[in-house]
Ligand binder design. Structure first.
Ligand SMILES: CC(C)(COP(=O)(O)OP(=O)(O)OC[C@H]1O[C@@H](n2cnc3c(N)ncnc32)[C@H](O)[C@@H]1OP(=O)(O)O)[C@@H](O)C(=O)NCCC(=O)NCCS
Length: 326
């Protein structure tokens, strides 16, 4: 039993949309966005840049760091809510692009918590089936295609990007020490894209109501996000018999600076131990945690053997936490 993390990778599209740019699109201000969310800018995918294109770049970066051939990958789990097409899965499209011919590939839909769900699934599959030895887990979003650029409540929040991690099954390794995933379907309406699925296919009425885009009850989401991430984090620390002070970095889902700070504070952590990059990316949903982890690794801000506590929250509701050792 055991998992080792071999490498990480990420990618953000070239185009940057600043708060000043948003001031020209909706009735908002740089000051309002910074104060309420901590976001300064976000990356936006080009029209012809797909989720699988971004995933390809993040995956190749992670494979390079891991120093392994793509032929060694036998499992790919890709978390997204903004995949290329309804089917086939974006994981299979990625498989073709990176030529991962020996892998089994599928998508996971757990919104902003998707990457942590991916880690949990990989951990379980690798530790129960000897056929799975090396895996890629990816979080990718072209979420700006679901963004209503006329709704100032939501369009200021989101950005596109991808992050990836290569994991290896290795007896005795402690890459994934403890984890928790959870859902509560009673809150499906507080953060949703109402139309565009089989329940409400896109038609003229949908387009008129703009219900093919993200709708959110911001304050309700805010409160639930803080309590869920704090509780999940405490639970995995307890499972592992560790204290928050043992953690080098808390890496919370990057949705809003005030949420991140509230979670850090309630876990008793100081700002030196809470990783923040929401200012540069906005909320990239399933991509947010792997992008943050890759930044930490590549900037040399985490040493081999140190601990990261990842925690996320998203539509569903979904939430979770993973305690990992780099
Ligand atoms: C969205 C969010 C930033 C709004 O902040 P808030 O402090 O709750 O603000 P409110 O929704 O109460 O709105 C306050 C006022 O600002 C206005 N406002 C909303 N968006 C605005 C914007 N972009 N620019 C300027 N004013 C804005 C509102 O219309 C409201 O005006 P009113 O008082 O005249 O009605 C905050 O609720 C949030 O971050 N929630 C969690 C979102 C999230 O993380 N979602 C993803 C989870 S994975």
């Amino acid at each position: 039993m055991g998992i080792k993390i071999l490498g990480t990778g990420s990618y953000a599209p070239k185009r940057i949309l600043t708060n000043a740019d948003l001031e020209k699109i909706v009735d908002t201000s740089d000051e309002w966005i910074r104060t309420r969310t901590g976001i300064e800018e976000r990356h936006i995918a080009a029209d012809n840049e797909t989720a699988s294109d971004m995933a390809e770049k993040a995956a190749n970066n992670a494979l390079d760091m891991a120093g392994i051939s793509v032929d060694e990958i036998d499992l790919i789990i890709l978390a997204t809510v903004s995949g290329d097409r309804p089917f086939p899965s974006t994981a299979c499209i990625l498989q073709k692009k990176i030529k991962a011919k020996n892998a089994v590939c599928f998508d996971v839909q757990a919104a902003c918590s998707g990457f942590l769900f991916g880690i949990e699934i990989i951990n379980s599959m690798m530790n129960s089936n000897p056929n799975f030895k090396k895996a890629l887990v990816i979080g990718v979003e072209k979420i700006t295609y679901l963004t209503d650029w006329k709704d100032r409540n939501t369009c200021i929040l989101f950005g596109d990007g991808a992050g990836a991690m290569v994991l290896e099954h290795k007896d005795g390794a402690s890459g994934v020490i403890a984890s928790k995933i959870a859902t509560d379907g009673t809150y499906t309406d507080i953060l949703e894209v109402p139309a565009g699925g089989s329940a409400k296919p896109i038609d003229e009425k949908v387009l008129e109501e703009r219900s093919q885009y993200i709708r959110m009850q911001g304050q309700e989401v805010f409160k639930l996000a803080v309590t869920s991430m704090v509780n999940a984090s405490k639970e995995v620390l307890e499972q592992a018999g560790m204290e928050a002070s043992d953690i080098r970095w808390l890496v919370p889902h990057q949705a809003n600076l005030r949420i991140i700070k509230a979670v850090g504070k309630r876990l008793g952590l100081t700002e030196e131990n809470v990783y923040i990059n929401v200012n540069k990316y906005g909320n990239t949903s399933a991509a947010s945690i792997p992008i943050a982890v890759d930044e930490l690794v590549r900037a040399g801000k985490i040493e081999r053997g140190e601990y990261l506590l990842l925690t996320a929250f998203g539509a569903g509701l979904t939430w979770g936490a993973s305690l990992i050792q780099w």
